[in-house]
Design a protein around this ligand. Structure first.
Ligand SMILES: Cc1cc2nc3c(=O)[nH]c(=O)nc-3n(C[C@H](O)[C@H](O)[C@H](O)COP(=O)(O)O)c2cc1C
Length: 150
């Protein structure tokens, strides 16, 4: 099976930790992965994969993490980028105490879909209780990927 791209956009490490967790879970069941900070990734990389998991937190007042700004803005500007080969799932991390709840995850999910990507699962807008939603999301992702023909 071709590798699954796992990307994270994180300010204080929570999304990064979850990305590394799902990375290990996939590897444990024999699914190859590439796991990167969006800071180290160009949007053109999205063209090279069939599956992408994106875990992103929201900062400031509905903004992406600092290290994610370049990737986020590049994706927003790349209106012509054709991602019709891509199947993706976004796990957003936020806090519903903020007005712009999960804005970064919502925008990533929107941008990937607007460029032709197909959702593997509906976007998750995760609030401060993370463990339960993350476990459910991870299990759904693994179930889908394991069901693929070898
Ligand atoms: C200063 C600050 C600003 C934040 N702004 C938002 C926000 O606008 N919307 C939101 O949903 N969550 C917001 N959050 C919550 C974070 O997204 C949440 O704590 C997340 O789990 C952090 O993940 P990270 O460690 O990967 O960056 C904010 C948190 C802090 C401390």
């Amino acid at each position: 099976m071709e590798p699954v791209l796992i990307l994270y956009a994180s300010q204080t490490g929570t999304a990064e930790e979850l990305a590394k967790d799902i990375n290990s879970q996939l590897n444990e069941v024999g699914i190859p992965t590439v796991c990167n900070d969006v800071y180290d990734c160009k949007i053109s990389a999205l063209k090279q994969y069939t599956f992408c998991l994106l875990l992103a937190s929201t900062w400031g007042e509905g903004e992406p993490p600092d290290d994610a700004e370049e990737f986020y803005n590049a994706l927003e500007e790349a209106k012509e980028l054709d991602l019709s080969q891509l199947r993706f799932a976004v796990f957003g991390l936020g806090d519903s105490g903020y007005d712009e709840f999960n804005e970064c995850g919502k925008n990533f999910d929107r941008m990937l879909a607007e460029r032709g990507g197909q959702r593997m699962l509906p976007r998750v807008d995760c609030d401060i209780d993370i463990d339960g939603p993350f476990e459910i999301w991870g299990n759904q992702i693994i179930e889908q990927l394991r069901a693929l023909p070898a």
